[in-house]
Design a protein around this ligand. Structure first.
Ligand code: SAJ
Length: 406
């Protein structure tokens, strides 16, 4: 039996995937409400294919509880926030989960950490805690780091098909854990040491963050001299060794906008390119805000109430709004003491910010300038409704003539 600890964006799909592939699974989360919701047969977030996977896992007998179970294998998938000032990872939730596991697990159990952690976290924060509780790692307790790599919006597919990394203290344990993931994973599974696994995960997200920062910087250079950044990137990417990502309104989510800071926090004198890239991405919402003011001035719009932001989530077709560029933009706007702009997102049913609308038509009523902050499929089906409005498109997706770009 596997006890999956933490039933959030990663833990839940992983638990469901294992259960629907014949593994006995108990999912544990300290959040009673979340556990009740799952036991009532409802999922806790929207994701392509998740409902069906949930049904299959329930039919296969998955259980959800707030308690830790005694078993030989645990997967820990709890959040790892970072401290905004020191830029260092906060491994507090992972350490707490591991300590709770140790209260119930038998000797010889394997604890697999899936949460993203900065390189060295296992040795600096987790191993010492285990040893302080009287266990010897590598003998009484086997530690493994198996970072997840799935992308929100395509999680179920990627869980099945992505290659995986398993970092373990010994080859034998690594191979054992590999077998467990191989119950559903059709990708290649590489076994390595823990430190390498920690580093590869953070490096992958850092690579993407730096590439996006480069695209955002190009957008600013092109805006400065009125060049078409999209056309330039498109042509550059026709070169066989060039692959530039796309500029956008900023970088959100709990991965690309967070993980690279771990390296800056730990190596401030060395991680210069990464530091600058993160600053570029973080200032992109303010760049968009300035572009909004510029367009308002050009079009003679003097009232904030005439401007609406479309999209609140951190990216398209998901309901996750952590670190979202729209929220970052609103925060920057608030610093100017301005009246908050109108906001609408088809994926967000509850109120999370001021001046938020829940009906698309009501949102559009009375606004002159629509800013496309997220490229949900929903907006691509609704260009008709935007006819006659001034549009600032942060992604170059709008087919309407006269559209402004960042
Ligand atoms: N973005 C751009 N331009 C682009 C691509 C993305 O501005 O060309 C923005 C998005 O709009 C979004 C942010 O970047 O605000 C991040 O989105 P994303 O789709 O690039 O990535 P995440 O954060 O959803 O998921 C990433 C993935 N990492 C990599 O692709 C290397 C995923 O595979 C990881 O599992 C995930 O982080 C994670 O949990 O670490």
């Amino acid at each position: 039996m596997i006890n999956v600890i933490g039933l959030g964006y990663i833990g839940l799909p992983t638990a469901l995937m294992l259960a629907s592939h014949g593994v006995e699974v108990v999912g544990t989360d300290y959040n009673r409400k979340l556990v009740d919701t799952l036991n009532e047969g409802r999922t806790t977030f929207k994701e392509e294919g998740l409902e069906e996977l949930f049904r299959e896992a329930r039919e296969a007998g998955i259980r959800f509880t707030t308690e830790y179970r005694r078993t030989d294998t645990y997967i820990v998938s709890v959040p790892t926030p970072y401290d905004k000032f020191s830029k260092k990872v906060d491994a507090g939730y992972v350490v707490a989960a591991v300590k709770d596991v140790l209260k119930v697990c038998p000797k010889g159990a394997t604890i697999i950490i899936e949460s993203t952690i900065s390189p060295g976290t296992v040795d600096k924060y987790i191993r010492p805690e285990i040893e302080a509780m009287g266990f010897r790692t590598g003998e009484d307790i086997h530690l493994v780091h198996a970072p997840e790599r799935i992308i929100p919006g395509n999680m179920v597919y990627e869980l099945l098909h992505n290659n995986r990394t398993i970092g373990a203290d010994s080859r034998e344990i690594g191979e054992k854990v590999k077998e467990c993931y191989a119950s559903f994973c059709r990708g290649e599974i590489v076994v390595t040491d823990i430190r390498t696994a920690e580093m590869t995960k953070v490096v992958e997200n850092t690579f993407r963050a730096v590439n996006i920062a480069f695209a955002n910087e190009l957008a600013r250079i092109c805006r400065h001299d009125d060049m078409n950044v999209y056309e330039i990137i498109r042509i550059c990417n026709m070169h066989p060794r060039v692959n530039i990502l796309q500029p956008g309104p900023g970088v959100g989510g709990h991965c690309i906008s967070v993980d690279p800071w771990f390296l800056v926090g730990d190596y401030p004198q060395l991680a210069k390119v990464i530091d600058e890239s993160m600053k570029t991405n973080d200032s992109q919402p303010t760049f968009v805000l300035n572009r909004i003011y510029e367009i308002m001035q050009k079009e003679g719009i003097t009232d904030n109430r005439k401007v609406g932001l479309y999209g609140l989530t951190y990216k398209e077709n998901v309901d996750d709004y952590r670190e979202s560029p729209t929220l970052q933009l609103l925060e920057a706007q608030e610093r100017h003491l301005a009246r908050p702009l109108k906001v609408y997102d088809p994926f967000i049913a509850r109120d999370i910010t001021a001046n938020q609308y829940h009906d698309f038509d009501e949102f559009l009523e009375g606004i002159d300038l629509v800013v496309i902050m997220v490229k949900h499929d929903h907006i691509k089906r609704n260009w008709e409704k935007l006819k006659g409005k001034i549009i600032l498109d942060c992604f170059n997706i709008c087919p309407l003539e006269g559209t402004y770009h960042i």
